[in-house]
Design a protein around this ligand. Structure first.
Ligand code: C2E
Ligand code: MG
Ligand code: MG
Ligand code: MG
Length: 288
């Protein structure tokens, strides 16, 4: 339909915007309810030593199963929760739940929890983490928090202050999605992280691009010089694993080992001496 008339198209535009706004509002309302209605769950993905395959710990990844819409990816709803402050409640639930579940694990592996930038800006965060550790009985050295460089760069002085307090509790601090922002080196300089998580973006090109490989080598050298272990995220192929072994990366995480799952794969047997024995343990329902 041709539109010659300006008010016509404005009308059309407004109707469309209404839909977007309505959909957004509904999402916020549903998300607010999700905690109360038990629609949130944590999935876990293992982290393993690159050379030996030894299990090192698990990252907790948030999942929302909407009663009608089904599973919704955190990549979709976390930005919305960040926009309206709901992330504070949501993040608190995640921290508490992850510590509660990990405290009941049959083996004392580490649990890694993602924190959003807004959570880091809460002055009472260290106190809250301390409280959760006491309540759940999880020892501090089993908890690791993950932060992205953007989270820290937003207000570096304040972030570093809060991170120091968290570290003083005995909790580990990992730098997530390393290499995707513009402030990677700057952020590494300002705080003694316990782990660098190389973004999975690098894995996409590691097999084909000499530039990507040069980056990998530089990050690994940086980690070695700073005595900070480097974990590669998003490892999907045996070839990627082999390259990471050759280059001396410390740990990996990715679909090659398994997809994040509700059940924690304590018994997942890895034998990296023969990388061909690595099998994907992914099930169709853990495909998020
Ligand atoms: P992230 O912390 O970098 O987590 C890694 C993401 O990569 C996860 O996506 C994971 O499922 C996915 N992944 C793992 N291995 C592979 C692989 O081999 N290939 C590919 N293509 N992907 C892989 P997920 O669970 O959808 O989470 C996306 C992001 O949402 C996370 O990125 C994190 O930034 C955020 N997120 C997840 N849970 C939470 C949470 O509880 N709180 C906060 N604030 N953010 C969360
Ligand atoms: Mg993470
Ligand atoms: Mg990451
Ligand atoms: Mg990410």
């Amino acid at each position: 339909r041709a539109k010659s008339n300006a008010s016509d198209s404005i009308c059309y535009y407004d109707a469309n915007m209404d839909d977007v706004v309505r959909h957004h509002r509904e999402m916020v309302r549903n998300l607010r309810q999700a905690i109360l209605k038990n629609e949130l769950q944590l999935y876990y993905q293992m982290q393993a030593n690159v050379q030996t395959g030894e299990l090192k710990g698990f990252e907790a990844l948030l999942r929302w199963t909407h009663p009608e819409k089904g599973p919704i990816s955190p990549a979709l709803f976390i930005p919305i929760a960040e926009e309206n402050g709901l992330i504070i409640q949501l993040g608190d639930w995640v921290l508490k739940q992850a510590c509660k579940e990990a405290a009941l694990w049959e083996k004392p592996y580490k649990v890694a929890v993602n924190l959003s930038p807004m959570q880091l800006m809460q002055p009472n965060l260290p106190k809250r983490i301390h409280e959760i550790l006491l309540d759940t009985g999880l020892s501090a050295n089993r908890l690791e928090i993950e932060l992205t460089e953007t989270a820290i760069f937003e207000d570096r002085e304040r972030s570093v202050h809060v991170l120091r307090q968290i570290k003083a509790l005995g909790v580990n601090v990992a730098l997530d999605d390393f290499g995707t922002g513009y402030s990677s080196l700057e952020v590494l300089r300002s705080f003694p992280f316990d782990k660098i998580k190389l973004d999975r973006f690098f894995m996409d090109e590691i097999e084909t691009s000499s530039v990507a490989k040069a980056f990998l080598r530089s990050v690994l050298a940086l980690g070695r010089n700073l005595s900070i272990p480097v974990l590669a995220e998003g490892v999907e192929t045996e070839n990627q694993l082999r390259i990471l072994q050759e280059e001396g990366c410390d740990a990996i995480q990715g679909f090659l080992l398994h997809k994040p799952s509700r059940e924690v794969p304590f018994e997942h047997n890895l034998d990296f001496a023969d990388t061909h024995s690595v099998k994907s343990a992914a099930g169709p329902s853990d495909n998020l």
